[in-house]
Design a protein. Sequence first.
Length: 154
Amino acid sequence: MLTNWLMLHAVYPMAKDRPIAFLDSNVIIDYLKGRLPWLFEEPLTGKFRYAINPIVFQEVVLRGVDRKHPRRLEHVLKKTDMLPIDVKAADAMLPRAKELRNRAVHSNDILVLSSAADCDYLITSDKSFGALSTRDKPKILTPKEFFREAETGE
């Protein structure tokens, strides 16, 4: 599946002129299960670039949802950039994560946020990102908030 993603992006590179919305694994899983059918439809895909990282991809695959909806996952991979994990950004978050260690912060959350650090949005249903992030960027929104903001343009 990842090899197919790499080949597709060689043929169909993502446009660089739109805000980037990083999608957490729970958002991808909800889309695959049919709960967020609007996420990969126009006009959103025309307004935003979507991104994930290897951690998000792994979490989706480990949940097994991809086997039930292979065409939807292929569609997701066609419409997303795969961002690297930013080790320096992850390292910089460790002191804050240690402060929050008793509050359900998973090590994968640090790696996801490190990749999303330069994105405009982080779309997630996971409340722990709000506690972990200390920057204005990315703007952390639930899928519902993202949809509302995308509709109104605010």
